[in-house]
Design a protein around this ligand. Structure first.
Ligand code: HEM
Length: 461
C-alpha cells in the first residue's frame, strides 16, 4: 500500500553576495555602509547573506514580509543583544530600554510606558512650541545677516532642550552645545567601530585609542546624567515626569528601586533617543521644503490658513494634515533609524530561507521604504502617498520608521507631536533656503545624518 507523503520542502540560505573569501565585504561596508547594503539588495534580492569578514557572516532582510516575521510574528527569537552593534554601544547606553531584552526589558517598558500616554504628551505641546519660539530672535538675527547656518545643529539643540524639559524637567540650554558635540563625536566613532571586524576585541583594551575616546566622552555624559539624577534625589520629591516615574518604581517582588546604573542607562537612552532622531527628521523636513517649492508652498498655505499667525497647539495637529504628510514622506526617504539590528537566537526561516541560530541580522527601513514593489517611483518626493486613501492599502510593514511589533518606538507619539508642532511653528515664520542648491549627501552614522551637516539660510516669510 502506498501512502501519500508530502514532498520534503528543502529550504536554502538566502543568496550570497559575491566577495573575497577573507576580506569579505568589510572594505565596501567601511567606505559606504548604506550604499553597500543597497547594492547587496540590487545584486541578490531582498534577502541577503553576506560575508562580513573571514568567517563572520551577516544577513540583511528588506521585504516587508521579512520585517513582519522578525519584528512581530516571531519577535522573541530576535533579540538586540548580543548583536555586535549593541555590544559596541553598551558603554554608552548600557541596558536601557533600547538595548535590553526579555523580562527585564518588559518590566522597564511597562514602567516607562505611562510617561508616553497620549494625554501626557498632549500636555507637553506648549513646552515644545515655547522652546521653538525662544529661538526665534536668534534666527531673526540670521535672517538679517543672511549667513549660511548649520541648521542641523540649531535643531539638535532645540530638540535636546525639549527632551530635557518635557521628560526630565531640566534646562539643558547651557549644556546643549557641548552635549551635541559629544553625541556627534560618539555617533561618528561608533559607526566606524560597527564596520570594523576587530572592534569587539579592541574595545576591551583600556589604552586602545577608540576605547579611550569612548571613555572620555561617555564620562562627560555620565557626569551630566548622574547630576540630573542626584539633583532630583536631593530635591526630596521624585516629581511627576519620566524621571519621577523611574525613581519611584519598585520591584513587585523585592520592593527595591532601580539601581543607580540601570537608572543611568534608562535616562541616557531616553535622552539620546528622545532628541537625536526627531532633530534629524526636522532637519530633513526643511531640506525637502527647500528642495521642493511646490510642497513648501502647500505647507505654507496650510500653516497660514490653520494658524493665522499664532503658535500651533496640539488641538491644531489633526488639521495640519498636509504638514503631517510631509513629515511622513520625509521619514520614508530619510528615516533617521535607517537600520535595525537583531540577533537570531534559534534556527528559523525568514521568507522561505533558512536562518541559523546566532545569525547577525540587519533590517533597513531606508531600503524597505524604497522597495519599488510597494512604492511606485520610489525616489520621487510625494507627500500624497500618505493621504489616508493611498496609505490604506499598503503593506503595514512597508513603512517602519518607528520599527514595529513589541519593540516599536515608545516615543512615536511624542516625536510626531513634536515634529508637527515645531515644523508648523517654524514654517509659519521662516523659509529655509539651500545655498547654491546644495544637494545633501547621506552620512549614515548610527542614525541618518546629512554629510557635513545641513547648511541652510534663514529668510523671513
Ligand atoms: C522621529 C523620531 C524617532 C524615530 C524615527 C525613532 C525610531 C525608533 C525605532 C525605529 C525604534 C525601534 C528600534 C528597533 O526595533 O531596533 C525606536 C525605539 C525606541 N525609541 Fe524611538 N524614534 C524616534 C523618537 C523617539 C523619542 C522622541 C523617544 C523618547 C522620548 C524615543 C525612544 C525610543 C526608545 C526608548 C526605544 C526602544 C523601545 C523598546 O525597545 O522598548 N524615540 N525608535
Amino acid at each position: 500500500m502506498t501512502s501519500a507523503v508530502a514532498p520534503m520542502k528543502r529550504r536554502t540560505a538566502p543568496p550570497v553576495v559575491r566577495a573575497h573569501w577573507l576580506y569579505g565585504n568589510v572594505g565596501r561596508l567601511k567606505r559606504d555602509p548604506l550604499g553597500s547594503l543597497q547594492e547587496f539588495v540590487s545584486e541578490v534580492g531582498p534577502a541577503v547573506k553576506y560575508r562580513f569578514f573571514a568567517r563572520l557572516w551577516g544577513y540583511l532582510f528588506v521585504h516587508p514580509d521579512h520585517c513582519q516575521h522578525i519584528l512581530q510574528d516571531n519577535y522573541k527569537n530576535f533579540t538586540k543583544l548580543p548583536h555586535p552593534t549593541f555590544l559596541l554601544l553598551y558603554p554608552l547606553i548600557g541596558k536601557g530600554l533600547l538595548s535590553n531584552d526579555g523580562e527585564s526589558w518588559l518590566s522597564q517598558r511597562r514602567l516607562a510606558q505611562p510617561a508616553f500616554h497620549r494625554r501626557r504628551i498632549q500636555g507637553m505641546g506648549e513646552t515644545m512650541t515655547a522652546a521653538a519660539e525662544r529661538r526665534f530672535s536668534r534666527w531673526e538675527a540670521f535672517v538679517r545677516s543672511g549667513d549660511v547656518i548649520a541648521f542641523d545643529r540649531e535643531i539638535m539643540e532645540l530638540t535636546l532642550d525639549i527632551a530635557g524639559r518635557t521628560l526630565f524637567s531640566v534646562d539643558l540650554t547651557n549644556e546643549a552645545r557641548e552635549v551635541g558635540d559629544t553625541f556627534g563625536r560618539l555617533n561618528q566613532l561608533f559607526v566606524k567601530l560597527v564596520v570594523s571586524p576587530a572592534s569587539l576585541y579592541t574595545m576591551r583594551i583600556p589604552f586602545w585609542p577608540s576605547t579611550r575616546r569612548v571613555k572620555r566622552d561617555v564620562g562627560a555624559l555620565d557626569r551630566l546624567i548622574y547630576g540630573m539624577i542626584d539633583g532630583r534625589r536631593e530635591s526630596g520629591t521624585p516629581g511627576n515626569d519620566l524621571m519621577g516615574m523611574l525613581l519611584s518604581a519598585r520591584d513587585a517582588d523585592t520592593g527595591e528601586g532601580m539601581d543607580g546604573k540601570q537608572l543611568r542607562d534608562e535616562v541616557i537612552t531616553l535622552l539620546i533617543a528622545g532628541h537625536e532622531t526627531t532633530a534629524l527628521l526636522l532637519t530633513w523636513f526643511f531640506y525637502c521644503l527647500a528642495k521642493y517649492p511646490d510642497v513648501e508652498a502647500q505647507v505654507h498655505d496650510e500653516v497660514d490658513r490653520i494658524l493665522n499667525g499664532r503658535l500651533p497647539t496640539v488641538e491644531d495637529i489633526p488639521n495640519l494634515v498636509y504638514t503631517r504628510q510631509v513629515v511622513d514622506e520625509t521619514m520614508r526617504l530619510y528615516p533617521p533609524a535607517y537600520a535595525l539590528s537583531r540577533f537570531c537566537n534559534h534556527d528559523d526561516a525568514v521568507g522561505g530561507y533558512d536562518l541559523p541560530e546566532k545569525s547577525v541580522i540587519t533590517l533597513s527601513p531606508f531600503i524597505t521604504h524604497r522597495h519599488p514593489e510597494f512604492w511606485p517611483n520610489p525616489l520621487a518626493f510625494d507627500p500624497e502617498r500618505f493621504s489616508p486613501q493611498a496609505a490604506k492599502d499598503r503593506h503595514r510593514f512597508a513603512y517602519i520608521p518607528f520599527g514595529a511589533g513589541p519593540r516599536q518606538c515608545i516615543g512615536e507619539g511624542f516625536a510626531l507631536t513634536e515634529s508637527v508642532l515645531v515644523a508648523a511653528a517654524i514654517a509659519q515664520r521662516f523659509r529655509l533656503r539651500s545655498p547654491d542648491d546644495h544637494a545633501a549627501e547621506l552620512d549614515p552614522q548610527i542614525t541618518l545624518h546629512p554629510m557635513g551637516g545641513m547648511p541652510l539660510i534663514f529668510e523671513s516669510r
